[in-house]
Design a protein around this ligand. Structure first.
Ligand code: 3HC
Length: 310
């Protein structure tokens, strides 16, 4: 590619990225930078909204009123995160309709983790502890992403995610301190949610289609594998503290590395779920399409009101 001339917009953009300046909606940016951000931010938003479904499954069955209120607050937060992120994606010129259409037609992804069923109440604990825990590791890193609106959205979202992770871990603590049945329920949930949580960080760096360019543009600040390692290192002691066993026979502390060594993810499962053939993919998308259709009258009313005000 020809060297950008010193005065070209590309050169100025490159200098700003180098200088850790935030790129704002009205700034010049390469088309590829814009497209990559719309892709990642919209899929992040889709994940937040679809992620409301597995947890919503337990709203009417929470064991106490307190747990029901906490779960309700968390699910509402996730919906808000989705709207926040859709707004960030819209600053790049994408419309909400286009983004939702891409999700419904399978052209846009959402996090594979949300295609697993929530079979017991302990799953709600495991989701908060592991899924939100993994999301926090990723989203703290994204607070220093080069696109201004995305970075600022992450600051707000991370504050709420820490409440999500703590309430999930507290559920697991309570079950682990309970009777044998409750302890078994907590261990079963950890067994089913551990590996899909590691998949949230994406493929290995060497197989990542976007990482190299995303790192050059400082969209991604740490690699998939580095963030995954950080999550494992901080989560294993939390499991040990409550007497739960991580379902990985290869997990061992490597003093020389100062990290845990751990087994290999089942990438066949990852690819199966990401390509739409997970346990709940069809159910999740059908539910989203139905809810979108049911909400058409609200969008129509808002449009009519806005036209009347114009
Ligand atoms: N599920 C579904 N798709 C995944 C995936 C996963 N776990 N991991 C990677 N992919 C997809 C990527 O989207 C990309 O596909 P695409 O080109 O069609 O978009 C492909 O696999 C190759 O992966 P790459 O590593 O090259 O892609 P990225 O550079 O985008 O890295 C990512 C993947 C780390 C997930 C990055 O997109 C990211 O950091 N996204 C923002 C965070 C996010 O979306 N988290 C999802 C969960 S949100 C959440 O958990 C909410 C919480 O409140 C519960």
């Amino acid at each position: 590619m020809a060297e950008a001339s010193l005065e070209s917009p590309q050169h100025r953009f490159d200098n700003r990225i180098e200088a850790e300046e935030k790129i704002e909606p009205k700034d010049w940016m390469p088309d590829g930078y814009r497209k990559n951000l719309i892709r990642q931010i919209s899929q992040h938003a889709h994940s937040e909204v679809i992620g409301m479904q597995p947890e919503g499954n337990w709203l009417t069955r929470a064991p106490t009123l307190k747990r029901k209120c906490i779960l309700l607050a968390k699910i509402q937060d996730e919906g808000g995160h989705g709207l926040y992120l859709y707004s960030a994606a819209e600053t790049l010129g994408a419309s909400r309709e286009e983004l939702v259409e891409a999700l419904h037609t399978g052209h846009a992804k959402y996090a594979s983790i949300f295609n697993y069923p929530t079979l017991t109440w302990a799953d709600i604990g495991a989701i908060g502890w592991l899924v939100d825990g993994a999301a926090i590791v990723n989203q703290i890193s994204l607070q220093s992403t080069s696109y201004g609106p995305y970075a600022r959205a992450m600051v707000r979202i991370c504050k709420e995610e820490s409440f999500h992770q703590r309430q999930g871990y507290e559920i697991m603590v309570k079950l682990a301190e309970g009777n044998a049945t409750q302890r078994a329920m907590a261990q079963d949930a950890l067994d089913r949610w551990w590996w899909p949580s590691l998949m949230m960080f994406g493929p290995h760096d060497a197989e990542s289609a976007h990482s190299a360019q995303s790192m050059r543009w400082k969209i991604k600040r740490q690699s998939n594998d580095d963030l995954r390692q950080k999550f494992v290192d901080q989560t294993v002691p939390q499991a040990e503290a409550i007497g739960l066993r991580i379902p990985d026979t290869k997990l061992v502390w490597n003093a020389a590395r100062g990290h845990y060594d751990f087994g290999e993810i089942d990438w066949n499962e990852f690819n199966r779920v990401v390509s739409g053939n997970g346990l709940c993919n069809r159910q999740r998308l059908d539910h989203h399409k139905q809810a979108h259709e049911d909400g058409e009258w609200v969008r129509d009313a808002l449009r009519a009101y806005a036209e009347k005000q114009a």
